[in-house]
Design a protein around this ligand. Structure first.
Ligand code: DAT
Ligand code: MG
Length: 169
């Protein structure tokens, strides 16, 4: 009887990739902050069972955002995108968990809110592609790059999530 024995948290607990230690970068965009969606969005990821390991509110510089969206530099909307993203505070976060990159993208919905199903963040809270409330990394590799662009290592906290035994098999 009794509770299961404690397990080492995070990285390496599952074979393959990063397992439970996989991390993704999420940013609530200036429209999401202005529209008071911060609590609602964090609540969804928390309730899913993902672990918050980094969180800050900041007004990002155009320089940071140009780098963040460097892959889109040749798109016609690139400068508008950088201006919009730097137009007010954003909430930058790092979330951790099994398959977290894919899970967060699924919960966010499609790039175009009109193609996002109800129940997703973009499906529920926005209508325009250029004001789509939230960013989430699209791969484990871009998550790694974005986390290191937005956070210093000491800003990320490794903590034992006591709910883990009830979330993972
Ligand atoms: P996502 O944010 O779903 O990863 P993306 O990486 O292709 O989408 O583009 C980054 C952001 O750029 C997106 O969230 C909103 C903006 N964007 C994309 N396509 C756009 C378009 N056709 N017009 C205006 N903004 C666009
Ligand atoms: Mg993207």
């Amino acid at each position: 009887g009794g509770p299961p024995p404690p397990r080492p948290p995070g990285r390496g607990r599952r074979s393959g990739a990063a397992g439970l230690g996989e991390r993704t970068f999420v940013a609530i965009k200036p429209d999401g902050v202005q529209r008071h969606l911060v609590g609602e969005i964090i609540r969804r990821f928390e309730r899913k069972g993902l672990q918050l390991v980094g969180l800050k509110l900041l007004q990002a510089s155009e320089e940071l955002l140009r780098e963040h969206y460097i892959a889109l530099r040749d798109r016609p909307f690139y400068s508008r995108l950088v201006k919009y993203m730097s137009s007010g505070p954003v909430v930058a976060m790092v979330w951790q968990g099994l398959d977290v990159v894919k899970t967060v993208r699924t919960m966010i919905g499609e790039t175009n809110p009109a193609e996002s199903r109800p129940g997703t963040i973009r499906g529920d809270f926005c209508v325009e592609v250029s004001k789509n409330v939230i960013h989430g990394s699209d791969s484990v590799e871009s998550a790694r790059q974005e986390i290191s662009l937005w956070f210093r290592p000491e800003e990320l906290t490794c903590w034992e999530d006591t709910a883990e035994h009830w979330i993972y098999a």
